[in-house]
Design a protein around this ligand. Sequence first.
Ligand SMILES: C[S@@+](CC[C@H](N)C(=O)[O-])C[C@H]1O[C@@H](n2cnc3c(N)ncnc32)[C@H](O)[C@@H]1O
Length: 284
Amino acid sequence: MSPVPWHSDGFFVEAAAGDLLGRSRPHLTGEIYFQEATSMLPAEVLRAALSNLEVSSSQPLQSSASDTGRRLRVLDACAAPGSKSTQLGNWLEGQGGLLVANEADPGRAEILRTNLLRAGVVNCLVTCLDGRELGDLAPELFDAVLMDVPCSCEGNARKDPGSLLRGSGGAPSNDGTPPIWHRPLVEMQWELMRSGWRALRPGGYLVYSTCTFNQWENEAQCVKLLEADVATELGGFRASAVDIAAVLNFPPSAASAIRGIAPLFSEKAQGQRSKGQSHNYPKV
Ligand SMILES: C[S@@+](CC[C@H](N)C(=O)[O-])C[C@H]1O[C@@H](n2cnc3c(N)ncnc32)[C@H](O)[C@@H]1O
């Protein structure tokens, strides 16, 4: 085993050790959880943002219940099977915070609940709702929102090479929008993002993540959120991108290797123009 450099609780495990650990008591009792190291990034970014209050914020969040007089509220809007929820829930417990872990699919919501129980996360509500409704159901309720949306899963290429073709195949249309077959998924992701944004309180943080590579499902969605006219549509609150390499204290060499790192992470600011760079991604 070797440590994950940017996460003190993370370890890379050799396949043979993984087989053994997969049948071990710590796995069954939820003391360890298997996932790709990159899967830990979104929750770690959110955790670091909520902890590192010197990161630019017009309305800084307080890191603990004793500072604020109330508990941090975090929403994981697409949460099953729960890798990120267990990560966030364990951290939030130490902060006296509350996690709402939502999953639209009832069967997967049950797996999510089981995994949270196994991991000993009790400061948590599991809901089974369409994430696209959460913004209207709980407007501006959360200090932080994780939108780990359903995607074309190109990141599974190692396990499933066909995922690369499914994600990126097909010619883009002439106007720079995604291929037609791709649009329903992209549209759903955008509706989820918009709902998450509504559920976020001003000054809060939203992390949008996928396990896919193509720009329509990633950068283009974040750029859309950063655009001024969208801010008007979403209640006048502008998003500003935050440099997550700085949040995670990544060295510049590592940061430049991570594509789209800045727009991944958005801060909800009132009356501010977007601090994002100029972007040249296609329209969603
Ligand atoms: C990428 S997976 C989430 C993985 C999870 N965050 C984790 O780290 O374990 C996306 C999840 O979103 C769920 N989902 C799909 N459509 C949804 C919707 N409209 N609202 C909420 N969840 C949805 C899927 O069933 C799937 O479980």
